[in-house]
Write a protein that binds this ligand. Structure first.
Ligand code: HEM
Length: 227
């Protein structure tokens, strides 16, 4: 068998791939937020940032491909691990911590599905602009695609903005549980360290929620506006 496939078919391999891909996706979410927050520095800054990303040309497509592969591997390994865990459980709900673990894995599945649906919608909204074809014609005074106006117009539709806020809440829930299960699957036995990692995961999830939600909220409050 190809070594990569047999690695993915082993329990330890799946745990490692699930943890590493989870961390990579978390880093992407942090980086993406940092880029999005440049909207507060004004139209020129965010449009410049988006322009630099586009200037990467073929490299951007390599990054997109790697990101997609990371998402697919993360879903594959986590779903297989959850199935293995369920199959290995001798008596269902016999103990308190089993009930908790079951709730956590169910909420991971639900938040994971919501996130996947969000990402598909989000790409159709802002990247491919299928839901709002008018976005493709927005340009700034320097002739660059006007990402600043696109975001503000996008969130001026309150049902869209509301859907983003709900999706960000699910992202936060997913990261909260993901961080604690990550520290378990890395095999850290020190309970204090695991608790500290869990607390850091919760704090990060909350910060990411606040950061992402600040954009639609500031559009709603007219702090971020077109002119
Ligand atoms: C309020 C929340 C968010 C805003 C305002 C936002 C904004 C944007 C914008 C404007 C783009 C298009 C960039 C461009 O084409 O120039 C984009 C692309 C993207 N966003 Fe978001 N985003 C948000 C949340 C998220 C989250 C939570 C995720 C992941 C879980 C995410 C994943 C992506 C991906 C994968 C792309 C495609 C990147 C590419 O062009 O290859 N976004 N986002």
């Amino acid at each position: 068998m190809i070594p990569a496939v047999s690695f993915l078919n082993s329990s330890i391999g799946r745990k490692a791939v699930s943890a590493v891909t989870g961390v990579l996706l978390m880093l992407f979410v942090m980086g993406h937020l940092a880029g999005n927050l440049t909207i507060f520095a004004g139209r020129d800054v965010i449009n410049d940032y988006a322009g630099h990303l586009r200037d990467l040309g073929p490299l951007l497509w390599v990054i997109r491909f790697l990101l997609l592969a990371t998402v697919i591997l993360h879903i594959y390994t986590t779903v297989r691990l959850a199935r293995d865990n369920r199959a290995a459980r001798p008596v269902r709900y016999a103990r308190e911590d089993t009930v908790q673990a079951s709730w956590a894995s169910r909420s991971m599945a639900l938040s994971g599905i919501v996130l996947l649906a969000f990402i598909v919608y989000h790409l159709l909204h802002f990247t491919f602009q299928v839901t709002n074809p008018v976005f493709a014609h927005l340009t700034d005074s320097k002739g660059r695609p006007d990402v600043y106006s696109m975001m503000i117009l996008g969130f001026s539709n309150y049902s869209v903005a509301g859907a983003y806020v709900v999706a960000m809440a699910f992202l936060s829930l997913h990261l909260t549980h993901g961080a604690s299960s990550w520290s378990q699957s890395t095999g850290i036995s020190n309970l204090r360290l695991r608790k500290a990692l869990g607390a850091a995961g919760n704090a990060l999830a909350l910060l990411l929620f606040a950061g992402y939600v600040s954009i639609p909220v500031c559009v709603y409050l007219d702090i971020l506006k077109l002119w």
